[in-house]
Design a protein around this ligand. Structure first.
Ligand code: ADP
Ligand code: MG
Length: 404
C-alpha cells in the first residue's frame, strides 16, 4: 500500500489542518545558517494555504530537554518561513498552552501559524506510549486533519509523527512523497554501478548501515569520522582521531563480508592530519597507514581525507550510474578541512545518472561550499531517515500513513 495523499483528505478550504514539518535548521547566534529544510517545507504549506485552509505548523528544533529553552526557539524559523511565503506568519510562544490556543483561534482561512518547539514538551519524545498519546491528543484538538511532512523524523516513533497521525484523518505531504519517490528508485532498481559514500561524525549510527548496504551496492567509499575505525581495523594507528574502538571487530566483519560478495570498500590512502581542532591548526597530509608519523605524533587529529583519496573517490563517483552520499568527508566547517567534501560534492554533480545527497550536515555542506541543490539529482532533508529506509527498516512515521 502506498502513502495516503493530501487529496484523500477531501476539500480542506475553511478547515484547520495541522502540518508536521521539519524546520530543524542549523542556527548560529540566533541566525539561520542554512534554510534548506524551511524551503523544502514550502510546497505543502503553499498548497494548503492556496486551498484556503487554516494551517497550524508544528516542528522540533534541536534537542532541548523536554522543557522550554530559548536557544531552541522556533521563532527564527517561523520568521524565515514568513519571508519565504511572502505573507505574515503567526507564532505561538508555547506548543499546547494558552498562546497556542489563542493563536490558533485567531487564524483565518488561508493563514498560517507556527507553534513553539514540540520538544519543549516531554510528551513529544517520551518512551511511554501513554504520555506520547496524551500530548498528541492536545495537538489534535487544534485541527480536523493532519498532514505529515517532516521527512527527517519519519524514523522516529514520536507523538507528532506517530500518535497524532492516528488521532486525525492523516496523509503524507508533498515533501515526504518526493523524498520517497527518490529513495524507492535507490532501492528497487538502482542503475549499476551503484556507489554509496559514507562520512560524517555519527560513527556508530552509520556503521550499522553498512551491513545492510553491502548486498545492494557495488562500491562503498568511506570517509569522515568513521574512516579511522576502518584504518584501526587494518592495524593502523590513528592518533587522536575519532575512533570507535568497540566497533573494530564489526568493521573487520564488514571488510570480510564485502570481499566475499565482491563489493569494493574504498578506504582513504591519505589523510589531512591536524595539530588540534580549529581553523588555525597546523596540518599536514600523511599516508593513511602512518598518521602518527607527523610532527603532532599521537596527538594528531585526522580531519579530512587527503588529496589522493579525494581524487580516487571522485573517479569512482563519476563512473557510477547511481550514487548516494551521506556524511561530510571531513570537518568542512573549517576551511583547511573542506577540500575532501568539496571534491566529492563536485564529482556528484558530474554523475551521469542519479545522485542523491542525504543528511542535514551534508546538505548544509554542499550549500556552504557553493553548490546549488539543482546540481544534484536530489538533496534529501533526512539523513537518518534516508539511511534507515535504504537499510530496509520499517519507518513508523511512514507506516502510520499507509506505507507498506
Ligand atoms: P549528516 O548530518 O550529513 O548525516 P553527520 O551528522 O553524521 O552528517 O556528521 C557531520 C559532521 O561530521 C560535520 O559537522 C563534520 O565536521 C563532522 N566530521 C566529518 N569528518 C570528521 C572527522 N574526520 N573528524 C571529526 N568530525 C568530522
Ligand atoms: Mg548531522
Amino acid at each position: 500500500m502506498s502513502l495516503r495523499t493530501i487529496e484523500e483528505l477531501g476539500p480542506l478550504g475553511g478547515t484547520s489542518v495541522i502540518v508536521r514539518c521539519d524546520l530543524n535548521v542549523p542556527l548560529k547566534d540566533g541566525e539561520i545558517t542554512d534554510d534548506g529544510r524551511i524551503r523544502a517545507s514550502l510546497p505543502t504549506l503553499q498548497k494548503l494555504l492556496d486551498d484556503g485552509a487554516k494551517v497550524i505548523v508544528v516542528s522540533h528544533l534541536g534537542r532541548p530537554d523536554g522543557a522550554p529553552d530559548d536557544r531552541y526557539s522556533l521563532r527564527p524559523a517561523a520568521d524565515r518561513l514568513g519571508e519565504l511565503l511572502g505573507s505574515p506568519v503567526a507564532f505561538a510562544t508555547d506548543t499546547v498552552g494558552d498562546s497556542a490556543e489563542s493563536t490558533v483561534a485567531a487564524l483565518e482561512d488561508g493563514q498560517l501559524a507556527v507553534l513553539e518547539n514540540l520538544r519543549f514538551n516531554p510528551g513529544e519524545t517520551s518512551k511511554d506510549e501513554g504520555e506520547r498519546r496524551a500530548f498528541a491528543e492536545k495537538l489534535a484538538a487544534f485541527g480536523t486533519a493532519f498532514v505529515s511532512d517532516g521527512f527527517g523524523v519519519v524514523h522516529r516513533k514520536q507523538a507528532s509523527v506517530y500518535e497524532l497521525a492516528q488521532l486525525l484523518p492523516s496523509a503524507a505531504g508533498l515533501l515526504i512523497a518526493a523524498e520517497l519517490d527518490v529513495l524507492e528508485r535507490l532501492t528497487r532498481t538502482p542503475e549499476k554501478p551503484y556507489a554509496v559514500v559514507l562520512g560524517g561524525s555519527k560513527v556508530s549510527d552509520k556503521l550499522g548501515v553498512i551491513g545492510h548496504l553491502l548486498p545492494r551496492v557495488d562500491t562503498l567509499l568511506i570517509g569522515g569520522g568513521m574512516l579511522f575505525t576502518f584504518l584501526a581495523a587494518q592495524g593502523h594507528k590513528v592518533g587522536s582521531s575519532l575512533l570507535e574502538a568497540d566497533q573494530i571487530d564489526t568493521v573487520k566483519g564488514y571488510l570480510a563480508d564485502a570481499e566475499q560478495r565482491g563489493v569494493t570498500i574504498v578506504l582513504p590512502t591519505d589523510v589531512v592530519v591536524a595539530s588540534k581542532f580549529g581553523a588555525d591548526a597546523e596540518h599536514v597530509v600523511r599516508p593513511a597507514d602512518s598518521i602518527e608519523d607527523s610532527p603532532f605524533g599521537a596527538s594528531g587529529l585526522g580531519l579530512d581525507i587527503g588529496p589522493d583519496t579525494a581524487a580516487a573517490f571522485a573517479d569512482v563517483i563519476r563512473d557510477s550510474k547511481t550514487v548516494f552520499w551521506n556524511g561530510p568527508m571531513g570537518v568542512f566547517e573549517l576551511a583547511p578541512f573542506a577540500a575532501g567534501t568539496k571534491a566529492v560534492a563536485q564529482a556528484l554533480t558530474e554523475v551521469d545518472g542519479l545522485s542523491v545527497v542525504g543528511g542535514g550536515d551534508s546538505a548544509a555542506a554542499i550549500r556552504a561550499l557553493g553548490f546549488r541543490d539543482d546540481q544534484f539529482g536530489h538533496v534529501s532533508t533526512g539523513g537518518g531517515a534516508s539511511l534507515e529506509f535504504l537499510e530496509g527498516k520499517h519507518l513508523p512515521g511512514l507506516e502510520v500513513l499507509g506505507w507498506q
